[in-house]
Design a protein around this ligand. Sequence first.
Ligand code: HEM
Length: 489
Amino acid sequence: MSCFADDCLPMATTTPLVVIGITLILAWLLHRLLKWKSLGWQRCDPVLPPGSLGLPLLGETLQFFSWSSSLDMSPFLKKRLQRYGPIFKTNLLGKDLIVSLDTELNNYVTQQEEKAFQIWYPESFMRIMGENNIVSASGSLHKYMRNMVLRVFGPENLRLLLLKDVHSAVSMSLASWAEKQSIELKTASANMILSVTAKWLIGYDTSASSEELWKFYDIRGLLAFPLNVPGTAFYRCVQGRKNLMKVLKQLIDGRRKNAKPLERKNFVDLVIDELKKERPVLNEEVAFNLLFALLFASFETTSSAITVILKFLTDNPKALQELTEEHEQILKQRTDPNSEITWDEYKSMKFTSCVIHESLRLANIAPVLFRKAKQDVQIKGYTIPEGWIVMICPAAVHLNPTTYNHPIVFNPWRWKDISEPVGGSNDFLAFGWGSRFCVGADFAKLQITIFLHYLTTKYRWKVVSGGNMVLSPGLAFPKGCHIEIAPKS
Ligand code: HEM
């Protein structure tokens, strides 16, 4: 009897797995059949772009996320561009998609926001950001939210208040980094940025506890299979969101009970004012999700930009020299070289702007933009059926050799001849384009510029370990980027 039971044991454990496997494959086949039926039988045959939908369930997800240490377009995109042309279909994270490496389709999709297309992001992203947020909002609610954000991070506040705060955060951070043997640049700059953003968003002093805010958080979970299982990046991201939401709730409850009128309102005060209205436009859930999205966006993106810019400058001494000269020239023109940076000085930093644009062009910090077709769209001989997703890859635009000569070379000087793409353009999608253009773009550029000003005029630095960047397809530094900085003598 015992011998019989032992023999059966492996079968007893493998049989349910086999049954689950077969059920999943049958469900996937049924799903495909229904989709084909809805496309092919009920309408006259749409011509979908060429391409492969890959393996059941996985699609081509693994190939898409594979690492590449080159600045060139990822092997995934390059291979399919050669095989199918600039518009092709694939399946990523369980979703059929049409990939656009085509300028005309990109233009059409981004300019048709809320008409033929609407914004869409994968389930993992929406579950982390919260279902109702600025990304999913449309029409007047979307405009209202953008205006609220611009009341804090718009040009007027940047000039009058944030310039000064960024100056203090940068000078204090650099001084404290110089006292350490080395720092990991992305983490340290994220904390520096958070000290300004958290103050203006939630009135939160990060000097004591910035790590608390992002405990457990892992950005890789944003674009992932939404499996909320311990050990996955998605799970860590969900834990990070829960943690931050707890802090936000305590803060807002505290402010509500203890609402002393402030000279200048931070974003939480605007939210509280809004929620107090008889007919508020935002409800509590939307307001919390907006705060989360803003904290996340400012924490994650600008710190990546600073890291990649320093990496490019380390590898390109000529660019570093011209940048340093631009900033030293500003000091020479001042009566007091130690005085704070002024708005006019900030606006005069032309080569710095070239360095920022060139770095963002190559690094593609937001590697993909998604939109969903609201109706069947006929373009370039193909049909994009209603409900299908188009994934725009800015890398294809940024590495187009007809627009950017020798596209994978870091060449900030090329921007001297290009007028600044204010509000984005069809050749520069680093901050998006159209009505969804990044609402924090000016704030991000201000922070990076002031950081470079203080760094190049007062400090020297060298990379002491890590610093190798990969694209997967988002920018990552697998071993970090550890730098040592010291005051200039
Ligand atoms: C280097 C830094 C940054 C980069 C590269 C970047 C990139 C982008 C891109 C590409 C989009 C458009 C997404 C789409 O069309 O689907 C976007 C939107 C957005 N960004 Fe940024 N961003 C940066 C910094 C920031 C900062 C500092 C904030 C907040 C203060 C911010 C807040 C937002 C928000 C709220 C949206 C959504 C806008 C909307 O849907 O109307 N970003 N960003």
